[in-house]
Design a protein around this ligand. Structure first.
Ligand SMILES: Cc1cc2nc3c(=O)[nH]c(=O)nc-3n(C[C@H](O)[C@H](O)[C@H](O)COP(=O)(O)O)c2cc1C
Length: 208
């Protein structure tokens, strides 16, 4: 976790398919609610598919003026999806009906997103462990067009897309502000990390 930083500039060098398989095979082992395992990975590892992703989510001018041009060199994009139906089906089984979660409206916390988020983190940590760089980024209002372009069933919910690649020399991999930072950090990454004390509420949550 201490080595984990988002990388936004990649080399275009390919990633061995076996390494991607290994990372995904580990990521599918995350815990899932009721062992529903409603996790799906859309893996784009062919240059044509990666290119179609970018042309689906960027206008030509938006792409030309985009701050992180090195992001477009990432050779692999993985979008992680949660399948709400897998959860409502699982929670309709006899041992789970007591929870009253057989319809998606009943879920105060959508566990398909909780589980898909854990899988997305597992993909990132596995990749970082192998020396790769990663960037998780949102699909925002492009979620529908990405789904349409790649045949993702409409009811799937995404936690976002992870770009994977070997980090470029210039990639920002150290803490913003540290002497090791070689590229200009983005506004988000320059926000200081909150300290632990401000986040931990021991025994009660005091009024701020
Ligand atoms: C749900 C989520 C969405 C994100 N979306 C973007 C994004 O669209 N573009 C981007 O450059 N970074 C995105 N990030 C990365 C965050 O900006 C980054 O994690 C944060 O600034 C902290 O930096 P660090 O991860 O390098 O420690 C996203 C991160 C998360 C968890």
């Amino acid at each position: 976790m201490r080595r984990r930083k988002m990388t936004r500039e990649f080399r275009s060098e390919r990633i061995a398919p076996d390494l991607i398989t290994e990372i995904l095979d580990a990521a599918r082992r995350v815990p899932t609610a009721g062992n529903s395992q409603g996790l799906e990975f859309l893996v784009l590892d062919e240059p044509d598919a990666v290119e179609r992703y970018w042309s689906t989510t960027f206008s030509e001018s938006g792409r030309a003026s985009f701050r992180w041009q090195g992001l477009f060199d990432a050779p692999v994009l993985i979008s992680v999806y949660g399948d709400p139906d897998a959860y409502t089906d699982r929670y309709s089984e006899p041992d789970k009906t007591h929870a009253g979660l057989s319809s998606a409206d009943g879920w105060t916390t959508p566990y398909w997103l909780v589980d898909a988020s854990m899988a997305a983190l597992a993909v990132q940590l596995g990749a970082i462990d192998a020396g790769l760089g990663v960037l998780l980024f949102g699909q925002f209002d492009h979620a529908g067009s990405v789904a349409k372009e790649f045949g993702v069933p409409e009811h799937m919910v995404t936690t976002g897309t992870i770009a994977l690649g070997w980090p470029a020399e210039s990639a920002t991999r150290a803490d913003p502000g540290s002497a090791e930072t070689t590229a200009q950090p983005g506004l988000s990454s320059s926000r200081p990390r909150r300290n632990l004390e401000s986040m931990v509420h021991k025994n009660r949550w005091p009024v701020a």
